[in-house]
Design a protein around this ligand. Structure first.
Ligand SMILES: [Zn+2]
Length: 290
């Protein structure tokens, strides 16, 4: 082996070591997101490991025979390495979430042939080994699905606001309400008021409002339930005002017992007290026993 060959062998050895050192992180990032490039990266890693195990002479022979193919794979992986920035990985994750989460919700709520096609194309893009070269396409497909879902969700979100605002106004207009303590008023209005969300936001890939965390399904079921929530609030007002308006009667326990000396004395006193308590209940009183 001449000096040139030794130098080539050493250079190849260094190249392989450097590449092998950098690969695990890249493979882990691709695996974590189930990217369609795991196989290519893994194949490259195995090829480099095989070269690393060989002696210098065999490495040089390999380089002579497979050098061009190795170079191509190196360039492919280098392009991936450049493409797999944290920002781009985030873009791919969001696009994948549009396909996995947003699209099924949209298809159920508002099916569309055009978007069916877009979803199919997005699926192909996400499975393409060159996905990082096609991020623009991926963005436009996922944004069109996102925009359609956003329109459906924000419309439902607005309708829920409307019906709950009306319900809150009606309960606030209840003439019995001012008789109640502030904390009672707040407590009974809470379930209605908490369903009004003033700030609708929806991130790409998300299916719920970023402010109130409501899904389309939840919003629709809450719209359907508004009259029940209002009825509950009204019932609570009735209960509380009833209690305020009822007359109060004080019953003195001592009046029912004189000197207690026998079991009969106990029973007579308890019976008499019970009778008076039940009578007071029948009369609709709030009864206080002293
Ligand atoms: Zn909201």
């Amino acid at each position: 082996m001449d000096v040139d060959q030794q130098q080539i062998g050493r250079a190849l050895g260094e190249f392989v070591r450097d590449e092998l050192a950098a690969l695990p992180n890249l493979i882990a990032a691709a695996e974590a997101r189930q990217l369609p490039v795991v196989g290519a990266l893994e194949g490259y890693r195995q090829e480099l490991s095989a070269i690393e195990r060989e002696e210098t002479q065999k490495r040089i022979t390999f380089l002579a025979q497979e050098g061009l193919a190795l170079k191509r794979r190196y360039e492919e992986v280098s392009r991936l390495r450049t493409g797999m920035t944290p920002e781009n990985l985030e873009r791919v994750s969001r696009a994948a979430s549009v396909l996995a989460n947003v699209w099924p919700a949209l298809r159920q709520a508002a099916p569309s042939d055009d978007l069916e096609v877009a979803a199919g194309e997005l699926q192909e893009l996400l499975a393409a080994p060159d996905l990082f070269d096609r991020l623009h396409e991926m963005k436009s497909k996922s944004e069109s699905i996102h925009a359609a879902y956003e329109a459906v969700l924000s419309d439902a979100h607005m309708r829920r606001n409307e019906v709950y605002e009306v319900a809150v106004d009606r309960v606030l207009g209840d003439e019995r309400l001012p008789q109640l303590a502030l904390n009672d008023r707040e407590a009974l209005l809470g379930p209605l008021q908490s369903r009004v969300c003033g700030t609708f936001t929806l991130e790409l890939g998300e299916t719920v409002c970023g402010s109130c965390q409501s899904s389309l399904q939840l919003i629709e079921s809450e719209i359907a339930a508004v009259s029940q929530y209002e009825a509950t609030a009204r019932r609570r007002i009735a209960e509380l005002t009833d209690r305020e308006q009822r007359p109060t009667k004080v019953i003195r326990a001592a009046d029912h017992f004189s000197v207690v000396e026998t079991v009969e004395d106990v029973e007579r006193g308890v019976d008499s007290l019970r009778d008076e308590l039940l009578k007071s209940l029948d009369e609709g009183n709030r009864t206080i026993v002293e």
